[in-house]
Design a protein around this ligand. Structure first.
Ligand code: COI
Length: 354
C-alpha cells in the first residue's frame, strides 16, 4: 500500500505537558485516513490531525454504522517503540466490521497504517512507565442517505493520543455497582462488537453510578440479571480459593485483548482458570465465606484495574480489604513488563514500528 504523507508545518509537541497526561485528551500531530468506494479501500494518506468534512446526511451519524478499536504503543527503555498485539486487535476489528456490515481491512493494510503513523509521530510516545500512545482506529459509513440500509462508502481513520491511566484511581482499586434496571447488551445484539452503540448504552447508567460514588457499572446479563458480564470499559476476573474465574464469551461480552493476555499468562503460570458463567450470587457467597481473594478488571485503556468494592442491590462486599491484591499486581507487572520491553516477549506479542 502506498501512503501519501502531508506533514504538519510545525509540531504541537513542545506545547504538551507529558507529566500530566490524563486519558484521551491530547492528540498527536498526524492522522491516517483512507476511503472505501467502488468496492475497494483507496487514497491512503497521513495528514495533519484536524477537523474532517462530513455531510450532515452521512448515514453513520443517524444509524451508527461505526466500528472502532483501542490499541497501544509503548516506548522501551532502549528507546524503541512497539505496538502490543496488533494482530489480535485487527482480528477483533474485522469481527466487529462483519457484525456492522462494514467492509473488512486486510491485516497488511491495517498494520502498515498503524506502523507508519506511529513511526511518523514516534516522539509522541511517552517516555515514562505507566504512559503509552493510545491508538484509535475507527471506520464509519459515509453514504449521503437517511434511509436505513448498509452504506456503500466508508472512511477509515487512525488517530493517536499520548495517555496515562484511564481511571482517576490509577492502579488503585475502583468500586463497582451492578444495575438491576439497565442492560449493556442482549443475546444476539451488538455486545461482542466494538461499536459506539454499546458505549452509548452505558452513559446514563454510568453517570448514575458515579453520582452514587461508584467508578463504574458491573454489567449483568440481560435475560436473568444474574450472570456477570463485563464492566463496559473492561473485562472482569475473580480469584476465588486460588482459582481464576472470568465470564465466558457468549456474544454479549467484548473479547478483550488484555483479557486474552491474562488468560494466556495464567495458563503459563499454572493458575487454574475457568471461563464460564459466573453469577453475582456466587461471588457474594464466596465473599461471605471468605474465599473471594481478589477481583480485577482488564482492558487496553484500563490495563489491570483492581476492584476494591462491589455493590449488588442492598449488599456491598469489600475485596481484599479494599487494597490491590498480589495477583492483580503480578499480572500488571507481567503485562506491562512485556509491553515496555522489560520482560521477555515470550508470546511474541510486540511488533516494532522501527
Ligand atoms: C479500550 O480499553 O481501549 C477501550 O476501548 C475502552 C474505552 C472505553 C476507552
Amino acid at each position: 500500500m502506498e501512503i501519501q504523507y502531508l506533514p504538519v508545518a510545525a509540531s504541537r509537541l513542545p506545547s504538551i505537558d507529558f507529566q500530566h497526561l490524563g486519558f484521551g485528551e491530547v492528540f498527536s500531530d498526524h492522522m491516517f485516513i483512507m476511503e472505501f468506494d467502488g468496492g475497494a479501500w483507496k487514497s491512503a494518506r497521513i495528514v495533519p490531525f484536524g477537523p474532517i468534512e462530513i455531510l450532515p446526511s452521512a448515514c453513520c451519524l443517524h444509524y451508527g454504522q461505526i466500528v472502532f478499536e483501542g490499541i497501544k504503543a509503548f516506548r522501551t527503555a532502549s528507546g524503541s517503540v512497539q505496538i502490543f498485539r496488533p494482530d489480535k486487535y485487527h482480528e477483533r476489528f474485522n469481527r466487529s466490521c462483519r457484525r456492522l456490515c462494514i467492509p473488512e481491512i486486510d491485516f497488511d493494510t491495517f498494520l502498515t497504517a498503524l506502523r507508519e503513523l506511529v513511526a511518523k509521530d514516534r516522539d509522541w510516545v511517552p517516555r515514562q512507565k505507566g504512559y503509552s500512545l493510545y491508538i484509535r482506529p475507527f471506520v464509519f459509513a459515509t453514504d449521503s442517505y437517511i434511509g436505513v440500509r448498509v452504506s456503500k462508502t466508508y472512511r477509515f481513520l487512525i488517530i493517536t493520543s499520548p495517555v496515562g491511566a484511564y481511571y482517576k484511581e490509577g492502579f488503585n482499586p475502583v468500586s463497582l455497582v451492578t444495575s438491576t434496571e439497565y442492560i449493556r447488551a442482549a443475546p444476539g445484539g451488538l455486545g461482542m462488537a466494538k461499536t459506539p452503540a454499546n458505549y452509548a448504552a452505558t452513559l446514563l447508567p454510568a453517570q448514575e453510578a458515579i453520582q452514587k460514588g461508584f467508578s463504574q457499572i458491573l454489567w449483568l446479563d440481560a435475560s436473568e440479571k444474574r450472570y456477570i458480564e463485563e464492566v463496559g470499559t473492561m473485562n472482569i476476573f475473580f480469584c476465588v480459593a486460588g482459582r481464576l474465574l472470568t465470564p465466558s464469551l457468549e456474544g454479549t461480552i467484548l473479547a478483550g485483548i488484555t483479557r486474552d493476555s491474562v488468560i494466556r499468562i495464567a495458563k503459563d503460570w499454572g493458575i487454574p482458570l475457568e471461563e464460564r458463567k459466573i453469577s453475582i450470587e456466587e461471588i457474594l457467597e464466596a465473599s461471605r465465606k471468605g474465599s473471594l481473594q481478589e477481583v480485577f478488571g482488564t482492558g487496553t485503556a484500563a490495563v489491570i484495574s483492581p476492584v476494591g468494592l462491589i455493590r449488588h442491590r442492598e449488599e456491598s462486599i469489600t475485596i481484599n480489604g479494599g487494597q490491590t491484591g498480589p495477583l492483580a499486581k503480578k499480572f500488571y507487572e507481567e503485562i506491562t513488563g512485556i509491553q515496555y520491553g522489560e520482560k521477555p516477549d515470550r508470546f511474541h506479542w510486540c511488533v516494532s514500528v522501527d
